[in-house]
Design a protein around this ligand. Structure first.
Ligand code: 5RP
Length: 219
């Protein structure tokens, strides 16, 4: 199977977590794109009252298939949030933000009772950090934050020609070996000017579905 076929397969396996859930939380990325396409044709779509979306891209896709997009301030906490990841550990800690939607993803994931992470097997790692860690920053703080990230041993590179949905910028931090993801998540988030970073360790996933070969494994 190709990586994209694995993504579609795992998205299909996530559908059952959305059944009988009136308001769903929806992530961002190519795996989630498959999930939304599958939702468009599934028999329980009409039971979904709405979704809270983690990005403008996801919002547009949900609206295109006729699912109303709701404001998290109005809905309160959600039952289920489904999203992809760039890396995930056996302890269900994740590194996310390759698609730049990390801040809204972290907020909605935090406001959800169950975080279902959907990945293909290439995303499974023992130690995170091979994928550059995205850090969303206020534009005026970019250089200051970059200097602090260098002190932490990373090599931050500005994501060129990219502005987040929150009108901020992203530093992709290379060469981090993330031995203690909870500590690093807190340390980076404490740097003034950081909106958030792509470590999802303090609040990891509750369920990880991995597309592997012809099957889907549940962690
Ligand atoms: C977006 C994300 C995505 O979940 C992550 O980049 C995985 O994307 P894909 O499903 O395309 O592999 O964190 O900000």
């Amino acid at each position: 199977m190709t990586q994209d076929e694995l993504k579609k397969q795992v998205a299909e396996a996530a559908l059952k977590y959305l059944k009988n859930v009136p308001i769903i939380g929806m992530g961002t990325g190519s795996t989630v794109t498959h999930l939304i396409n599958l939702l468009a044709d599934c028999d329980f779509k009409r039971d979904i009252e709405g979704a809270v979306s983690s990005s403008i891209k996801t919002t547009e896709h949900l609206q295109k298939i006729g699912i109303p997009v709701l404001d998290l301030n109005q809905t309160g906490d959600l039952e289920v949030y489904v999203d992809g990841a760039d890396e995930v550990t056996p302890h269900k800690k994740m590194l996310k933000g390759g698609g730049g939607a990390l801040t809204r993803e972290k907020i909605i994931g935090g406001a959800s009772k169950k975080f279902v992470c959907i990945v293909d097997e290439t995303k499974c790692v023992d130690v995170m950090g091979k994928f550059p860690l995205p850090v969303e920053v206020l534009p005026l703080a970019r250089s200051y934050v970059a200097r602090q990230l260098v002190k932490l041993g990373g090599q931050p590179i500005l994501r060129e020609n990219y502005i987040t949905d929150n009108h901020c910028e992203i530093l992709d931090v290379h060469n981090l070996s993330i031995i203690d993801p909870i500590a690093l998540e807190k340390t980076i988030n404490n740097i003034p000017g950081v909106v958030t970073n792509g470590l999802f360790a303090l609040r990891g996933a509750d369920v990880v579905l991995v597309g592997k070969g012809t099957e889907v494994i549940t962690l």
